[in-house]
Write a protein that binds this ligand. Structure first.
Ligand SMILES: CC(C)(COP(=O)(O)OP(=O)(O)OC[C@H]1O[C@@H](n2cnc3c(N)ncnc32)[C@H](O)[C@@H]1OP(=O)(O)O)[C@@H](O)C(=O)NCCC(=O)NCCS
Length: 362
């Protein structure tokens, strides 16, 4: 029987850094508070669009799988910050990669988006619909951040990660999954003026309608419940005992949410992958970036039993029990790079300050 496996992985982090100390000049906050309450020390601000970040991550994942772009049947980009609504970011990426035999689609389940896409692509490969998918999570989330709102300004960052999901004869792959949504509480984390449902006159009067608005404590509570429950359910459904789990790779939104999920799974901290200190919450990109870094750090052993878990706006959530394949080394490397930038973070954010308000010392 055909079996889907992750055979390639890659990430793309834009180089410009926004530190907690930088944020002290923008909002009433401080490094101690951000570190203690979230675990974040710095995040990246992109000088290019979502599709460009996705393309570099995608090229690196294809190189790791040893595949030419022409072998890809489906380019799936999980994002809630596409460059534009038409066409999809995936279409732009498909063209930039030269993936001439691929279909292309964006998927938006906010921060759960990558896991949704991974589960759907794995199902398509397992069902024989396609042989090879390039599944990317890519976000330029800081475009939607009002840097006068300290409740959101400290949390989010930009970046992309990608995996290749391929049909193989090897054992492993997706053992159990859960997808969920509670649209009744959509307004606790949303950007109500970011699509076509907003009256343009209203948006003109208040640009902040376009920015991400959040009831942090309410999202926190629900995230802990959704991540904890869904993770334990997929472990059980996969027929694993809790002690069988080798690694938890969770959505990186807040280190306290990650700790609570790990406690629910009774996991030793050594079995939990955390990189939130470097990138903050990059939404759909956190899990593929974390998986790539876990592989680079040799924390994914051949046949490793991995739990992925995510939640996000919607409120959406997803979890997967995933058995990694026998190859944990990349087959090749790509020389793809983003165009250079001078790394001046306040210059990059000037557009946000002009539109939503704020700026250094304001
Ligand atoms: C946003 C979040 C970090 C806030 O942490 P919290 O512990 O819940 O903090 P609260 O909102 O209860 O605020 C506690 C205090 O800190 C203050 N505060 C809030 N943000 C602050 C900041 N950036 N810097 C300094 N102080 C801040 C509050 O005003 C409040 O002050 P008060 O006690 O004088 O009223 C936390 O709720 C969270 O991570 N929620 C989930 C968000 C998330 O994951 N979103 C993405 C989903 S994919």
């Amino acid at each position: 029987m055909t079996n889907s496996l992750i055979t390639g992985w890659g990430k793309c982090l834009p180089p410009t850094v926004l530190t907690n100390h930088d944020l002290e000049s923008l909002v009433d906050t401080n490094d101690e508070w951000i570190t203690a309450r979230t675990g974040i020390k710095e995040r990246r601000i992109s000088h290019v669009g979502t599709a460009d970040l996705a393309t570099v991550a995608g090229k690196r994942a294809l190189a790791a799988a040893g595949l030419p772009p022409a072998d890809v049947d489906l380019v799936s980009v999980a994002t809630c910050t596409p460059d534009m609504l038409l066409p999809s970011a995936a279409s732009l990426v498909q063209d930039a990669l030269g993936a001439t035999n691929a279909g292309a689609v964006d998927q938006n389940a906010a921060c759960s988006g990558f896991l949704y896409s991974l589960i759907m692509a794995s199902g398509m490969v397992d069902g024989g619909v396609i042989d090879t998918a390039l599944v990317i999570g890519s976000e330029r989330l800081t475009y939607l951040i009002d840097f006068t709102d300290r409740g959101t300004a400290v949390l989010f960052g930009d970046g992309a990660g990608a995996v290749v999901v391929q049909a193989t004869d090897e054992p492993g792959g997706l053992k159990a999954s859960e997808l969920g949504s509670d649209g009744a509480v959509a307004d606790i984390l949303w950007a109500p003026g970011s699509g076509t449902g907003v009256n343009r006159m209203e948006l003109e009067k208040d640009h902040r309608l376009q920015a991400i608005a959040m009831n942090g404590p309410e999202v926190f509570k629900r995230a802990v419940t959704a991540m904890g429950h869904s993770s334990t359910r997929v472990v059980k459904e996969a027929g694993w005992a809790l002690e069988d789990v080798d690694l938890l790779i969770p959505h990186q939104a807040n280190v306290r949410i990650i700790d609570a999920t790990a406690r629910r799974l009774k996991l030793d901290p050594a079995k939990v992958f955390v990189n939130i200190e470097s990138y903050g919450n990059t939404s759909a990109a956190t899990i593929p970036i974390a998986l790539t870094e876990a592989l680079e750090a040799r924390r994914v052993k051949p046949g490793a039993k991995i739990v992925f878990a995510a939640f996000g706006a919607g409120l959406s959530w997803a979890a997967a029990a995933y058995e990694f394949g026998s190859r944990t080394e990349p087959l090749g490397e790509s020389d793809a790079e983003l165009p250079p930038t001078d790394g001046d973070v306040m210059r990059l954010l000037a557009d946000n300050f002009a539109y939503y308000g704020g700026g250094p010392g304001s």
